[in-house]
Design a binder for this molecule. Structure first.
Ligand code: FES
Ligand SMILES: [Fe+2]
Length: 333
């Protein structure tokens, strides 16, 4: 049986988000990705990433300090340059011949306000977010959330249609949405993602005209998901009755075998003030909390990709999701 976990080796050859670029300052910061620690630090004015392991006795560099544009290990004070070269060893004194010790650097880039790391040569690029540059839309970042589940489980849940009336009965789920109408998924040309569209109904508790009786509580909603391997999905919501557009982008960072950090931004047209934005964040977090109650109690943080689970017609796109992950896992076997 093929399965995927947060530490599957194939994930090393993929770009992953590790945090908002502006959240990393001048102090060394540790992040975790695919079971390894990395130190992020600004040296020579640029954000750098290294494996958080000193080559001498393996101490955590993130517990060290920045001195003269080098990072200094907290254990024996070795200093490493912005290029990761050993620049000073106190125990050898000045002008000594330095050991050929070098820090390990992953691939790093910035995109969509996030810093991305690929531990090894990446085999695909990240999802293009069409709404990102639309000036009529507002970007509302949800604070990152650490979840005790696998990234694949979180994306599987994010893509899933049939749980809304049950899991989200306290937020937007409607009893009128139990039957999942037929739909189709379309693979992207490179085979590493898909698009799926699904019109359905919700209870719209965000619409102020519901309270005044001008709009019904149960309203139609169009959903369009763009999924890209391994753990990114952009869910574009459109409510024809109110004209609301909200593209919810979910990027998962598989930290270690049991924890995933979720980065999320809403790109929407109905938030004008900070109060609007906060209300939108609170509402999204309430929905996410409902999902966590299910996914944090699944029996394992891995998901099987080829067999071992029962699928029905309304799981068509989450089966497609498994096939794409299976292709990824098997590509580096
Ligand atoms: S472990 Fe880093 S300097 Fe010794
Ligand atoms: Fe959900």
């Amino acid at each position: 049986m093929t399965s995927i976990s947060n530490v599957s080796p194939a994930l090393r050859r993929i770009w992953h988000p590790v945090g908002r670029v502006d959240s990393f300052g001048h102090t060394p910061t540790r992040i975790e990705l695919v079971g390894e620690g990395y130190v992020l630090v600004r040296l020579d004015g640029q954000l750098r990433a290294f494996l958080d392991v000193c080559p001498h006795r393996f101490a955590r560099l993130s517990d060290g300090a920045v001195i003269d544009d080098t990072i200094r290990c907290p254990y024996h004070g070795w200093q490493f340059s912005a290029e990761g070269r050993c620049a000073h060893v106190p125990a050898l004194g000045d002008d000594a011949t330095l050991p050929p010790a070098r820090l390990t650097a992953p691939h790093v880039k910035e995109a969509y306000g996030l810093l991305w790391i690929a531990p090894a040569e990446p085999i695909t690029d990240i999802l293009t977010i069409a709404e990102w540059d639309d000036p009529s839309l507002d970007k509302v970042w949800v604070p990152p959330v650490d979840v005790a589940a696998g990234a694949a489980q979180i994306v599987d849940n994010f893509l899933d249609f049939a749980h809304f009336p049950f899991v989200h009965a306290g937020t937007f789920g409607s009893d009128k949405d139990r039957l999942v109408s037929d739909y189709s998924t379309e693979r992207t040309s490179d085979g590493w993602g898909f698009v799926v569209e699904h019109p359905h109904v919700i209870e719209n508790h965000e619409d102020p005209l519901v309270a005044s009786g001008e709009h019904p509580l149960v309203q139609p909603r169009d959903m369009r998901y763009d999924f890209r391997v391994p753990f990114t999905a952009n869910l574009r919501l459109f409510l024809p009755l109110t004209g609301m557009v909200n593209a919810i982008v979910l990027w998962c960072q598989p930290m270690n075998a049991s924890t995933t950090r979720v980065h999320m931004v809403m790109i929407r047209n109905d938030t004008q003030t900070d109060a609007d934005r906060q209300a939108a964040i609170d509402y999204e977090l309430a929905i996410f909390t409902e999902d966590r109650r299910i996914i944090e109690r699944l029996p394992s943080t891995e998901i099987p990709l080829d067999r071992g689970q029962v699928h029905i017609r309304s799981d068509r796109h989450t089966v497609e999701f498994r096939r794409i992950l299976q292709r990824l896992v098997e590509s580096t076997d």
